[in-house]
Design a protein around this ligand. Sequence first.
Ligand code: AMP
Ligand code: MG
Length: 414
Amino acid sequence: MSDFSVTEALTSILAQMERSAIEAVPLHDSLGRVLAEDVSANRNHPPYDVSAMDGYAVTFANIELATPDSPVSLNVVDDIRAGQIPQISIGQGEAARIMTGAPTPAGIDTVIRVEDTALSGDVVSILAAPKQGANIRPMGENLKTGHVVLTKGTLITPGVLAILAMVKQKQVPVFARPSVAILSTGDELEAIDDPIDENKIPNANSHALYAQCKALGIEATLLGIAKDETEDLRAKLAEGLNYDVLLASGGVSVGHHDFVRPILDELGITFHFWRIAMRPGHPLAFGTTESGTAVFGLPGNPVASMVCFEQFVGPALRSAMGHDKLFLRTVQARLQHDVKGAGSRTLFIRVTLESDDEGYFVSLTGAQGSGVLMSMALAEGLMIVPADSGTLKAGHMVTVQLLQGMDCQSEADL
Ligand code: AMP
Ligand code: MG
């Protein structure tokens, strides 16, 4: 089988991912989850025309000529507070004092903000005329009864959660999160709880993958480290097949002790591909079981493992969770230096992003070897150098994927 392109691999993976079941969770627990059904408004909001200001409800025709030098005087005949239904209609030469959010009374069409008035006893002087209809929020401006206000597939952010609260959705239908197991493989690996052995390599991948899942709202299960020997690998990989998604890192290359693929084969996995024309991340096996477990054999190199997660595992998990947006957001940014492509492979270069008058520009996060984890730790984005693009010149615009959580900046920019 020849190497899959990044796009072919993604298409193949997404075609296999099954949507998780729907479950109902309490409103507060729905934050970060994905809505599994359309939600319609069960009421109008506001429920009637309301004042947008503290001020005076008036008839525009009465006050349209008002200025500070020739104010218009009106008798204040009512005082309407938020939550109160006005009992009287406002007539010629009259006004009602009104609070923000209070329903407007019959007979008026405009609200004058209190700053443009002067009160003396029961008479208010209107000092300025706004436009007719000013400062009134029409009924249903925010939510209209029966209208779909949120669609299935929406990620529940604090703003979305506020809408759910307004339509009194105490229980929210969301897609279940897939169960994910993580296994690292390699005789050289040292677990985080092991004492330091200078001859060993600390296990980074299990924790990086755990964190990447967590950033998607998934609490993954760590299955520890398997030795590069068939018994241990078989047992731990088999355990991983009890989950919806198994992420195994390391042991998928063509080395003499790379047993992951043959054992997965033995365990009945159907492989859809096992190499991708990309760097980092060339060896990546993807397969499925009959019972629907998706298995990713990720490369052992920590950077490669993390980049492959962002390209393939993240979209697959979002798809299972019913997201309508599967992929990392991208921006266009300018290269400051020439960058050499990787021939027929798509290159993912770890970068930071800054902006000037001409938009974003990228800086590389130091050495880009796939074992140089610091390049990933410092990265705000992954810059894409497409396959067969030769050398990209300084000034060239490139696509940069923004890494999860990179949504704050050091200056306020207001
Ligand atoms: P492999 O894909 O098993 O050939 O591993 C490639 C490289 O990644 C080797 O240098 C491994 O030591 C390293 N590696 C594999 N798994 C891990 C891990 N869990 N944490 C850190 N480094 C790893
Ligand atoms: Mg290995």
